[in-house]
Write a protein that binds this ligand. Structure first.
Ligand SMILES: Cc1ncc(COP(=O)(O)O)c(C=O)c1O
Length: 373
């Protein structure tokens, strides 16, 4: 079966007369636990609970190609908790982590603030250098994000994995921008696929969640232990809301990706706009790698206007852009990324996430907004 079919079917309960098609969330902290503890049964809600199990099963299918054994998945209370669980599971004092230079600011900050002071060495490398074994020497873990956010750099996951295996390192891919329907890091050879489900996965800007997927049982066990002992767990309502959103992800992703490409093409033709960054554009430096490893190019693009004033004017003028620091939702969102510091972007750089509006309206609106800057 193809992705859309698999995703739609994955949340259904087993057919039985009188039973709900989709069970509601299970609100529980404590399960009946008689006699000796039985590890195959639920006992306490910080370890495992049925709403997570259903969600993890559905995501596990999305993370692999049709016909493959579902990946092991653990959901977390946020994307950053999922990121932190991978670092906590495999990185120890004395280890080296090689991180892709342009990856999400929060992941870099987490390593700098929490792991480096404990004796972890952090090395930053450009996406294209991660494919060289020499760049990965001594690494315990290579942290990749592709497409990276906000710079939209592409890392060639298969080539990074080949180099990392030679260097004896594990590979984790932050797959938030693409989602598992846009790209499957585990099928490309990565050890971990990590995702902030607060973005396109949930897609309605109302839930914070994240997940880690892996095929290796021992790595999954370590991630599971970090969740149970660290306690960064998902609420049942949030987990259920995410599961409810998954069947529309194929539609949303298809629409957002098609519209993002149309917007990127439109912006590329405007004299006020420089350097439109979208992996689906043939002008993107790594378009061919992206096309090879991605099924959808996703909702996020970047572009640069003359300066801070021009970027602010564009955001003020555009009526169909919600000013917000996130992406992957139903509404088109954008921000002048330089307002936060922390990312190596020009002052006039805008990160935009294209939503589900009619793209003709978006393009007309952006045209007017650019005319007015
Ligand atoms: C690429 C990427 N990874 C991880 C995160 C963290 O996710 P969350 O906000 O769900 O904690 C974000 C959030 O912006 C992100 O963009």
């Amino acid at each position: 079966m193809r992705d859309a079919t698999r995703v739609v079917r994955s949340g259904l309960t087993k057919a039985a007369t009188g039973r709900a098609l989709h069970e509601g969330p299970v609100f529980v902290s404590t399960f009946h636990t008689l006699g000796e503890p039985d590890e195959t049964k639920y006992s306490y809600g910080r370890s495992h609970q049925p709403t997570w199990t259903e969600l993890e099963r559905a995501i596990g299918e999305m993370e692999v190609d049709a016909g493959h054994e579902p990946a092991g998945v653990r959901v977390f209370g946020s994307g950053l908790a999922a990121v932190a669980s991978v670092f906590s599971a495999v990185v120890r004092p004395g280890d080296t982590v090689v991180v892709q230079q342009g990856c999400y600011f929060g992941a870099r900050q987490l390593l700098k603030e929490m792991f480096v002071p404990q004796g972890v060495t952090l090395r930053m490398e450009a996406a294209q250098d991660l494919v060289r074994v020499e760049s990965l020497q001594q690494a315990r873990l290579v942290w990749v994000e592709t497409p990276a956010n906000p710079g939209m750099e592409i890392a060639d996951v298969r080539a990074v994995v080949t180099a990392a295996k030679q260097a004896g390192a594990l590979v984790a891919v932050d797959n938030t921008t693409a989602t598992p329907l846009g790209q499957r890091p585990l099928e490309l050879g990565a050890d971990f696929s990590v995702c902030s489900d607060s973005k396109a996965m949930n897609g309605h800007s109302d839930v914070l969640l994240g997940h880690v997927a892996c095929k290796d049982e021992e790595l999954l066990r370590k991630v599971d232990l970090v969740r149970t002992l660290g306690g960064a767990i998902a609420g049942p309502m949030e987990a259920w809301l995410l599961q409810r959103s998954l069947p529309t992800l194929p539609l949303r992703l298809e629409r957002m990706s098609a519209s993002a490409l149309a917007v990127a093409e439109f912006l590329s033709g405007r004299p006020e706009v420089k350097n439109v960054l979208y992996p689906g554009l043939r002008t993107h430096a790594d378009h061919s790698v992206a096309a090879e490893q991605m099924q959808h190019f996703g909702p996020v693009l970047g572009f640069t206007l003359r300066d801070q004033g021009a970027a602010e004017a564009f955001l003020r003028n555009a009526e169909l852009v919600t000013d917000a620091t996130s992406f992957g939702g139903t509404t088109t969102m954008a921000e002048r990324r330089g307002r936060w510091g922390g990312d190596a972007v020009p002052e006039g750089f805008i990160r935009m996430s294209v939503g589900l509006e009619d793209v003709r309206d978006l393009i007309e609106d952006f045209g007017r907004a650019l005319d007015g800057i």
